[in-house]
Design a protein around this ligand. Structure first.
Ligand code: NAD
Length: 275
C-alpha cells in the first residue's frame, strides 16, 4: 500500500500492554502492520489489541492485533509468541524487544539484593536475547514477495536506555547494567547477522512519563531531582519513542544497523540546562 510505512509487514512487540509498547503498537498498526503483542500482563495487552482491532478494522488495508501472555525471560514463551506471528500472519518482519523492568528495590552496589539483580538481568537481558534468537530464526525463513516489498530478513529493535550511555548519581545498578548489556548485545548481533538482511538496532529512551518511571519517582523530591536536568524541561512521552521505533522498523532505516538511537530530549548532550 503506497504511503503506509509498514504495509504488509508483521511485527511482534513485547511489553505491548503499556507505555512505549502500547504506543508503538497503535502507530505500527496505523502504518499497515499486523501485530502480535506480548506482555506478562495479558489484560493490558489484550486492551491494546482490542483498541487496534476496533480502530483499524475497516481501513483500506485492514490490520489485526493478537495478544498473548508472555514472560520474556522464559524462552519457550518467547518462542511461542514468534511462532504465533508466523502461524497467524505467515512471517515476522519486525521484532521489538521492548519489555523491561526497573525494580523499586534496585539501588547502589552495596544495597541491591542479589534477587533484584538476577530478576532484572533475567527480564531485561535474557528476555532480549530470547527475542533476538527466535526472531532471527523466523526472519531467515521469511518468504519474498517483491510486489508487496517483502523480503527475507527483518528489523530487530531492542529497548535499552540513556542510562547505558550516561552516568547517574541516582543509582539503579542492576537496571543500568542490564541496559549496557542490551547495547553490547545489539551491536554484536547487528554485525553477525548483517548479511542475512537482519538489521538490529537499539532504542535508547530518555526519562519518560510512563508507569515504569513514574511509579519509581513517587515523591516530588525524586521527580524534581531529574526534571532539573532535562533540557526541554519535561519528561518524554511514549509516543515520541514509538515514532523512532517506527523509523527503525521500516525500510526507511535500511542503512542503519548496530545503532544506539538516543531519543532523550538532548539529555545526554547537556552540561547545564537553561534556567
Ligand atoms: P511500562 O512499565 O509502561 O511498560 C512495560 C511493559 O512491560 C508493561 O506492560 C509490563 O507488564 C511489561 N513487562 C514487564 N515485565 C515483563 C516480562 N517479564 N515479560 C513480558 N512483559 C513484561 O514501561 P515503558 O516506559 O514503556 O518501558 C518500556 C521499555 O523502555 C523498558 O525496556 C524500559 O526499561 C525502557 N525505558 C523506559 C524509560 C522510561 O523512562 N520509562 C527510559 C528508558 C528506557
Amino acid at each position: 500500500m503506497p504511503g503506509l510505512r509498514l504495509a504488509h509487514k508483521v511485527a511482534v512487540i513485547t511489553g505491548g500492554g503499556s507505555g512505549i509498547g502500547r504506543e508503538s503498537a497503535i502507530l505500527f498498526a496505523s502504518e499497515g502492520a499486523n501485530l502480535v503483542l506480548a506482555d506478562i500482563n495479558l489484560e493490558a495487552c489484550t486492551q491494546t489489541a482490542e483498541l487496534i482491532n476496533e480502530r483499524f478494522k475497516g481501513g483500506e488495508l485492514p490490520v489485526r492485533a493478537v495478544a498473548l501472555q508472555c514472560d520474556v525471560s522464559k524462552e519457550a514463551q518467547v518462542a511461542a509468541v514468534v511462532q504465533k506471528a508466523v502461524d497467524e500472519f505467515g512471517r515476522l518482519d519486525v521484532m521489538f524487544n521492548n519489555a523491561g523492568i526497573m525494580h523499586g528495590a534496585d539501588d547502589h552496589a552495596l544495597n541491591t539484593e542479589e534477587r533484584i539483580w538476577d530478576l532484572t538481568q533475567e527480564i531485561n537481558v535474557k528476555g532480549v536475547w530470547w527475542g533476538c534468537k527466535h526472531a532471527i530464526l523466523a526472519m531467515r525463513n521469511n518468504p519474498t514477495d517483491a510486489e508487496k516489498g517483502l523480503h527475507v530478513g527483518g528489523s530487530i529493535i531492542n529497548t535499552a536506555s540513556f542510562v547505558a550511555i550516561m552516568g547517574a548519581a541516582t543509582p539503579q545498578i542492576a537496571y543500568t547494567t542490564s541496559k549496557g548489556a542490551v547495547l553490547a548485545m545489539t551491536r554484536e548481533l547487528a554485525m553477525v547477522h548483517a548479511r542475512e538482511g537482519i538489521r538490529v538496532n537499539s532504542l535508547c529512551p530518555g526519562p519518560l512519563k510512563t508507569p515504569l518511571l513514574m511509579d519509581f519517582l513517587n515523591t516530588p523530591e525524586k521527580l524534581n531531582r531529574r526534571l532539573n536536568h532535562l533540557p526541554l524541561g519535561r519528561f518524554g512521552e511514549a509516543i515520541e519513542q514509538a515514532r523512532a521505533a517506527l523509523f527503525l522498523a521500516s525500510d526507511e532505516s535500511s542503512y542503519v544497523i548496530g545503532h544506539d538511537m538516543l531519543v532523550d530530549g538532548g539529555l545526554s548532550k547537556a552540561y547545564v540546562t537553561a534556567e
